[in-house]
Design a protein around this ligand. Structure first.
Ligand SMILES: Cc1cc2nc3c(=O)[nH]c(=O)nc-3n(C[C@H](O)[C@H](O)[C@H](O)COP(=O)(O)OP(=O)(O)OC[C@H]3O[C@@H](n4cnc5c(N)ncnc54)[C@H](O)[C@@H]3O)c2cc1C
Length: 381
């Protein structure tokens, strides 16, 4: 479903209004308690925010990539924790849609998009971050099930999820340690969860997950044995677009708040907006937001053309996440002491925009991907 520019603008306005009225009132308490108001997902789905890019037959809305990018921007404008959780639904939904067996689609995809089940993606481990190919978690085939052992760290929604995708090294007659994907359902498989407190994204239920010879039905292998890395890498570009556009939204919010504050705050008998140095901060913020949005839109256009889009998505992710945190930093400066106040959005946006530079490929890893795309030589290893 492709929508034109004026329909997209209308959709943006109604999404912004809905999120402001219905989600924003939950943010302060949810952030304080480390929870998320999952009951709101049903309404978010009506706007396409829950897997809307997936086809209607899968339970999505079949919206186009540019519209999806705008929705991710609005999600980030509202609350970066929410954008991250929506992105997780989308990533898992896409892998299930493209590679899930009929049984897996029924057990996992449909309930996921109908908000009946919550999800995680577990790749990272205590000793494995940027270098995914070094994963230690293993899955040994034993008759009709795999025995899964290992520890996953920094797992978004790990505390709340009903199921998730776990990347593990498989050992069977056919596979001698290649990476594979497993659908791990908390109703079927025993594993332990430990909450991990972080400075950022406090409502995303970050966890460490431990698997100790955990039993996973063999039918929960997603794709073939040894296909794990390929399937995960295929989803990375759209994941990077999601991060980039969420960062643009958060930065735009920080900018809007700064313009309002600069006009209302008075010092030396004048609005602080009348001081040239405050205006310079606002101008610098605006240029960064607009450049980041333009790069995100270029990446969305590249993805929707079906091109590989690695270069565009990595540039968008790198630039937008760095720019968003710089914008949040300037916004904090414009707000003076008020910028540090807990419960006021600037303090949260400042912390949460810092969160974009590490997950889904750090700034350094994006730089090396961009270098490899441009030069045809990898400096990654
Ligand atoms: C808020 C949050 C949510 C997350 N959610 C998830 C999740 O849901 N699922 C999941 O699996 N993981 C998740 N992660 C983990 C995330 O993907 C990793 O933190 C990320 O990949 C970086 O890995 P690392 O932290 O181990 O850092 P490392 O890989 O150890 O990197 C440390 C530093 O070394 C640099 N570095 C590493 N290799 C190179 C190189 N070749 N050249 C130059 N510099 C290099 C990095 O850029 C970084 O600056 C999350 C992380 C955070 C912070």
């Amino acid at each position: 479903m492709s929508i034109d520019a004026s329909e997209q603008a209308e959709l943006r306005t109604s999404v912004r209004r809905f999120l402001t009225q219905n989600v924003v009132p939950h943010i302060e308490v949810s952030e304080r308690d480390g929870t998320f108001p999952f009951e709101l997902l049903a309404s978010l789905r009506d706007f396409g925010l829950v897997g809307g890019l997936l086809s209607e037959s899968d339970g999505g809305m079949g919206i186009d990539t540019q519209t999806w990018a705008m929705l991710m921007e609005e999600a980030g404008y509202c609350w970066l924790s929410m954008r991250v959780l929506l992105s997780g639904i989308h990533i898992v939904g896409t892998i299930l849609s493209d590679h899930g067996s009929p049984h897996q689609r029924e057990q996992f995809l449909r309930p996921l998009l109908e908000n009946a089940r919550r999800v995680f993606v577990a790749i990272s481990e205590p000793d494995v971050g940027s270098n995914v190919s070094d994963i230690k978690t293993k899955a040994v085939l034993n008759g009709d099930h795999y025995q899964l052992s290992g520890t996953k760290l920094w797992i978004t929604n790990g505390m709340n999820a009903d199921f998730g995708i776990v990347v593990a090294r498989t050992y069977s007659e056919k596979s001698k340690g290649e990476l594979s994907l497993f659908l791990v359902d908390a109703n079927e498989t025993e594993f332990s969860r430990r909450g991990v407190e972080t400075m950022v994204l406090k409502s995303t239920g970050t966890a460490e997950l431990s698997f100790d010879n955990a039993i996973v039905p063999a039918e929960n292998l997603l794709g073939g044995e040894g296909e794990g890395l390929r399937l995960i890498l295929a989803g990375l570009n759209i994941g990077r677009l999601n991060v980039a556009m969420g960062a643009v939204g958060a930065a735009q919010h920080a900018l809007d708040l700064s313009i309002d504050y600069a006009k209302s705050r008075r010092q030396f008998g004048r609005q602080i907006a009348s001081f040239q140095l405050v205006q310079k901060n606002i101008v610098d913020m605006t240029m960064k937001v607009q450049a980041a949005r333009a790069l995100g839109q270029l990446a969305a256009a590249a993805l929707s053309s079906g091109a590989p889009s690695r270069l565009e998505c990595s540039i968008a992710k790198l630039y937008a996440t760095e720019a968003a945190h710089e914008v949040a930093n300037l916004a904090l400066q414009v707000h003076g002491g008020m910028g540090y106040a807990s419960g006021y959005p600037i303090e949260r946006i400042f912390r949460d925009t810092r969160g974009g530079m590490i997950p889904e490929g750090t700034t350094e890893i994006q730089t090396l991907i961009i270098g490899r795309e441009l030069l045809g030589i990898s400096a990654l290893t």
